[in-house]
Design a protein around this ligand. Structure first.
Ligand code: DP6
Length: 324
């Protein structure tokens, strides 16, 4: 009853921020993302009847603050498999954890896949994505590769459905991540979302405008229209940060270097270089570009004062079992 799975982070181009049901972690908006191939989480799950409770380590260290979410995800898989058995879970990231690089997305996607495999549970893809979504909204998207959409399905069997809309090889864009501060983020996503919902006067407008943004991005992906995807993605990112900043107290995830990177990317695009940015709940700047522009983009980002390193990636596959 042992399995190991790997998963990669995904970056949302059309952002998820806000929950319609906090208890069941149902997002208030759909989202659209790209799954990477360059950064990897490897998670092993070993179910053992001799254990009295679940044990969890991340990068070799016990992380009690995450134990409840890990056990919650295991409970959903155990419930579907109809067995009551605890597990030892070990997860390793080959990139900075909790710095806005979507480590919870790859972490819970790998956990769901490894737990299902270890228990031999009969769980279909839609349901497994919905299980991962309950652990962390963005995790459902890392179950799939390439371009992925998480749709809201109010009244459906599951409240969300996640699916691949284009494979990684069908539009092989590249990604460069300018790391401006490798430390953990100041306010976690869940807390930040709740504060935004409760205090930002702009939150209803954010939720209302999301379906139109998704439709625009979906069409841009179908047409492989880089410029259109660049525009709608930067708009969704800046709109999310605007609504975060308008919370009380305002959530400012950026530092000065974040802003420098953003201007650099805008300048490059104005000069004809196909590149655009997105930024999540942290100060790192993720830049998506056409393959031909990749060397130029990484060199420009690396030359900005305050950029500590530039991580690079292509688009990759969804979470998968590597050992069973
Ligand atoms: C800014 O998936 O981390 O990265 O469901 O509370 O675990 P929880 O939130 P999480 O939020 C991701 C927020 C974001 C945007 C995105 O990835 O869509």
């Amino acid at each position: 009853m042992k399995a190991t799975a790997i998963a990669h982070p995904n970056f949302a181009l059309i952002k998820y921020w806000g929950k319609s049901d906090v208890e069941h972690n149902v997002p208030a908006v759909g989202s659209l993302s790209i799954t990477l191939d360059g950064l990897t989480t490897t998670t092993s799950v070993h179910f053992d009847f001799d254990l009295e409770s679940d044990h969890f380590t991340l990068d070799g260290l016990e992380r009690p603050e995450m134990a409840e979410r890990v056990s919650g995800c295991l409970d959903l898989v155990r419930g579907r498999a109809g067995v009551d058995v605890r597990a030892r879970v070990g997860s390793e990231n080959d990139f900075p954890t909790a710095a806005g690089l979507a480590s919870s997305a790859s972490g819970f996607a790998a956990l769901a896949v490894a737990a299902k495999e270890a228990l031999g549970a009969e769980i279909g893809t839609t349901e497994l994505a919905d299980i991962a979504r309950q652990a962390s909204g963005s995790a459902a998207r890392s179950l799939f590769g390439g371009f992925v959409e998480l749709r809201l399905r109010p009244g459906g069997r599951f409240p969300t459905e996640t699916l691949q809309i284009l494979g990684p090889a069908e539009w092989p864009l590249r990604v460069a991540v300018a790391v401006t501060d490798p430390g953990p983020k100041t306010t976690g996503s869940t807390e930040g979302m709740l504060r935004t919902e409760q205090t930002s006067p702009f939150y209803p407008a954010w939720v209302e405008s999301s379906e139109a943004d998704l439709a625009e991005a979906r069409e841009a992906v179908a047409r492989r229209d880089f410029e259109a995807l660049a525009e709608i993605s930067e708009s969704s990112c800046l709109k999310m940060h605007a609504v975060m900043m308008s919370a009380r107290p305002g959530l400012v995830y950026w530092n000065g270097t974040t802003v420098e990177c953003l201007h650099c990317v805008r300048k490059l695009r104005a000069g004809g270089v196909p590149a655009f940015f997105t930024i999540d709940a942290g100060p790192q700047v993720k830049v998506i570009c056409e393959p031909d522009a990749f060397d130029r983009v990484t060199a420009e980002l690396a030359s900005i004062e305050g950029v500590q390193r530039v991580l690079t990636s292509g688009l990759g596959d969804g979470a998968r079992v590597v050992e069973s």
